[in-house]
Design a protein around this ligand. Structure first.
Ligand SMILES: [Zn+2]
Ligand SMILES: [Zn+2]
Length: 447
């Protein structure tokens, strides 16, 4: 029964690291996601490419990588920009028809309550109501958030924060975190009246929501912005890593454009506020889909600046990063590894991308935290970690999940998810001794 553990060392020997670590197409998890939209709404991926004035997924990819971002996708006005964004949601929620398939493409109608989902006509809308009514309220929030999110790109959200006045142990959820923010109402007020909020609603092509709705949206987007540094801070505490004792290094693995497109070097500063007086925290974004940008600077060889957060990046697979930079001591070993939505459940073959990384984390006994969008994903990840005989410390709903609903773009009448909704912490191998047999493991587990 006892299965011989796969050793990371053998992987190291079998695969000579390439001189220029290159990402190959097969690791692009989101290219699968992108094309799979078409199975729900035929042609949707083309609509998105067309709206962005692009001819292929490769071109989209290349733009996302920062290669020709300056072309601005041919968008000339704010109104244009918001319309094009909205167009990617325009298809009949019932029969899935795109506007181009209608006699009059302008005859698409939108649900007045949520301002989110579209119909080719009243018949489809009537038929769809029995399933849509379950989601209409939540989709209303999603429709507001996808517009207000623009203020994150303009730099207005999040509002500036101060060093924490409470110890981490007393900040258990977002309510605690917001209650710690001095002058919160004034900060929200100034966002409500800021320049870009005005531009947004005079160009959105939708009625401006009530003030109270807008304030809630700003707060949801604030949690969406901070959920990542909070995940790291949460895990630092959970694993008892001490950022006051020595400088620490955090690796964000499998980082994709979700984490790195539009990222600023200050995006993880909340960590420094969480641990005022820390010895320096470096966050290294590692993954084949890391987008070229300000954080694409090499990881630190010496210690980072005391009391601050330093973000760096490496484009490539994690085990390649480990072999080329960590083993040659050009980058520090991590005190903590974080995977935001690694999405094992969607990988075609785990071996392709994640297996070497998981084995490496296990064999080097690295404190690790992974997050998931759903309980289903969490259970699946737990199963994989169990098969790899990894020691799982805790798992469950994550108290600092983003409060912004993520609608399933191709099928709005599915339950929206949220970023970092679930988490699991793991480290090393089940049972400290590799000689332990299964019976011994069971005893240890139940203890
Ligand atoms: Zn229809
Ligand atoms: Zn609705």
């Amino acid at each position: 029964m006892s299965q011989k553990k796969k050793s990371t060392k053998s992987i190291h020997r079998q695969q000579k690291p390439p001189s220029v670590p290159a990402a190959t197409g097969s690791y692009y998890t989101d290219s699968l996601g992108f094309m799979s939209m078409d199975s729900n709404v035929p042609g949707l991926s083309n609509v998105i490419l067309e709206k962005l004035n692009m001819k292929s997924y490769e071109e989209y990819r290349s733009a996302v990588n920062g290669n020709n971002f300056t072309t601005n996708f041919g968008i000339r006005t704010y109104y244009d920009m918001f319309q094009k964004m909205e167009d990617t949601y325009k298809f009949c929620a019932q029969c899935k028809k795109l506007p181009s398939l209608l006699l009059d493409p302008r005859s698409m109608r939108r649900c007045k309550r949520c301002q989110n989902v579209y119909y080719c006509g009243s018949e489809c809308q009537r038929e769809n109501w029995s399933s849509h009514k379950k989601f209409c309220r939540k989709l209303k929030l999603a429709a507001i958030d996808r517009l207000v999110e623009w203020l994150v790109f303009t730099g207005d959200i999040p509002f500036p924060t101060k060093p924490w006045i409470k110890p981490c142990s007393e900040v258990k959820n977002w309510e605690d975190w917001f209650s710690m923010q001095e002058g919160l109402e004034e900060k929200l007020d100034s966002l409500m009246t800021c320049r870009y909020m005005g531009i947004l609603w005079s160009n959105a092509g939708k009625p401006r929501p009530e003030d109270i709705e807008l304030r809630e949206s700003i707060k949801r987007l604030t949690t969406d912005f901070f959920t990542r540094p909070m995940t790291i801070g949460f895990a630092i505490n959970a694993f008892n890593v001490d950022p006051y004792a020595k400088p620490m290094t955090v690796h964000v693995i499998g980082a994709s454009h979700t984490e790195t497109l539009n990222i600023r070097v200050t995006d993880y500063d909340e960590l420094a506020k969480m641990f005022p007086g820390n010895q320096g925290i470096e966050v290294v974004m590692v993954g084949p889909e890391v987008v070229n940008g300000p954080v694409m600077r090499p990881p630190l060889v010496a210690y980072g600046p005391r009391g601050r957060v330093y973000v760096s990046g490496y484009k490539g697979l994690y085990h390649v990063f480990w072999e080329t930079l960590i083993e040659s001591q050009q980058a520090a070993r991590p005190d903590l590894v974080v995977g935001f939505h690694p999405g094992f459940h969607a990988s075609q073959g785990l071996a392709e991308g994640w297996l070497p990384t998981l084995l490496l984390l296990r064999d080097f006994n690295i404190p690790s935290v992974f997050t998931m969008y759903s309980e289903h994903e969490m259970k699946y990840s737990l199963q994989i970690l169990a098969e790899l005989e990894t020691q799982v410390f805790s798992f469950g709903p994550f108290p600092f999940a983003s409060l912004k609903p993520e609608q399933v773009q191709t099928d709005p009448n599915k339950t929206p998810v949220s970023s970092n909704a679930f988490h699991l912490l793991f480290r090393g191998t089940i049972g400290a001794d590799s000689e332990t047999d299964m019976a011994g493991l069971e005893e240890t587990d139940s203890g």
